[in-house]
Design a protein around this ligand. Sequence first.
Ligand code: 1PR
Length: 496
Amino acid sequence: MNAKRLIFPGVGAFAAAMDVLNKKEMAEVLCAYIKQDRPFLGICLGLQLLFESSEENGPVKGLGLIPGVVGRFDSSNGFRVPHIGWNALQITKDSQILDDIGSRHVYFVHSYRAMPSDDNRDWISSTCNYGENFIASVRRGNIHAVQFHPEKSGDVGLSILRRFLDPKCEITKKPPVHRKASKLAKRVIACLDVRTNDKGDLVVTKGDQYNVREHTKENEVRNLGKPVDLAGQYYLDGADEVSFLNITGFRDFPLGDLPMLQVLRYTSENVFVPSTVGGGIRDFTDGTGRYYSSLEVASEYFRSGADKVSIGSDAVYAAEEYSKTGVKTGKSSLEQISKVYGNQAVVVSIDPRRVYLKDPDDVEFKAVRVRNPGPNGEEYAWYQCTVNGGREGRPIGAYELAKAVEDLGAGEILLNCIDCDGQGKGFDIDLIKLISDAVSIPVIASSGAGAVEHFSEVFFETNTSAALAAGIFHRKEVAIQSVKEHLLKAGIEIRM
Ligand code: 1PR
C-alpha cells in the first residue's frame, strides 16, 4: 500500500495465481490499491486477474474489478492456440501509456483472453484481432493493464513501461490512432547453438547436418562468437525472438552448466524480445546421488530469464510411450513443465531425418510424396525422429511425434531437419507442410535457410508461424533486416 506505482506481471495459470493472492491476503490489498486509483500496471495474467472469473481450469473467481469472464481462444476456426507472436492493436481510447505504439506490433503469448462487452466497454483502451476481437488493454484513470508483454515487445514495449513509470510523459498526449485490424505477424527467429569448445569456453557454434566440428586436422568445435554478444546484436537487428540450444545438454547436466545460466541472465538484461532455451531438460541424478526433476531444471532456466524452454530428446521418449499406451502419465518433463508454467512456455524441438521410400505403405509412420526424389528415385519419405543431437534414430515419425506432444501439452513445435541443416538450400517444405497442417499449435520452421527467398517460400507454401535460421545470420551472409524487408515487399505481415 506504500508503493508509488505498482507493476503486476502475471505469469502462469489463473487458478494458481488467485490461490497465492488469496492465501497471502494480497487480493484484498490489490483491490483496495486499485479502488484508490493509484498507479497500477497489470501485465498478461495481471490483466486477466482483474476480471470476475476465468475458465482456465475453472471457473475460478478473479479479483472482480472488471465485468467479464476470461475464456479460451477457439482453435476450431483454424487459429492456432496459444496465440504466440506479434500483433498490432486497435486503440479505442486515449490510453496514455500506449501513445507511442502507432501501427507497431507488440508481443502476445497466451491461450486465454477477455472479450469486450457492453459491461466492460468503458474500461477498454485497445483490442486485438486474432480470429476475434479480444481485449488487448484496459485503462481507467491511473489503472492500466495489458494482455501483451511490454517487456518483450522491443523498444515500443520499453516506451510503454517508461510512460507508466515516468508521469512527466503524460504531458505529451497524442490522439488515439484508428487503424484496420492486422493479422498475426510471421516471426523471424535467430538460433544460437551453444556448447563448450575444447578450451572450455561457451561458444556459439553451427554445423552441417549437426556436425559442428571444423573439417581440419585439429577438428575443433566451430566458434562463431560469444552467445550474449550475438543475441544482443540479433535483437538490435530486428530478430523477433532468440533461441539458445545447449547442444551438448543431453550429456552434460545443464544445472552444472553455470555459464549457460549466466548467458540467459546477461541476455535478458539487454534483449527485450522473447528468448527460448533448450538442451538437457530431463530428470537427472548427479554424481552425489541428488535427484533433480526436469521441472527444477526448467525453473532454473526461467529464473535466469528464459521465456520458453525447449525439450528435444526427452519429448521423443514421452511421445513414444504415449503413442504406445495412449495414457498421459503426467510424469513426463513436457507434462510437468506445461502444467506449472503453461503450454505457451514449452516448445518441443524435433530433429527428424528423411528416410526415403518407394511405397508409403512400407512403414507404419506417416509418409509424404517428396518434391525431390531420393537417391534411387524414391518418391516418398517419412521423417524419423532422433535423440541426442541426431545421434540415435527412434521408432517414431515427426508426424506422430508432433500429434503426441500437442496432446501432452506442448505449446509450440520447433521443427528442424537434419538433412537440410546448414545446407543453405531452403527449408524442407514437404516436412513443414506435413507438420504444420497436422497440429493446431504454432510451428517454427527451421534448418536450411540460405537466402531471403527461402523465408517467403516457407511462409507462402506452408502454415508455419515462424522461420528460424542460424548459419546465414552468424556468417553475416544475410541480415535479419534484409529478410524482413524482403517479406514486407512480398506482402507478408511482419514486425518492423
Ligand atoms: O535433446 O533436449 O538435450 O535438446 C538438444 C537440442 O540441441 C535440440 O533442440 C537439438 O535440436 C539441438 N542440437 C543437438 N545437437 C545439435 C547439433 O547441431 N549437433 N542443434 C543440435 C540443432 C538445429 C537448429 C539449427 C537449424 C538452423 N541445431 O537449431 O539452428 O538447423 O540452422 P541453419 O539455418 O544453419 O540451417 P535435448
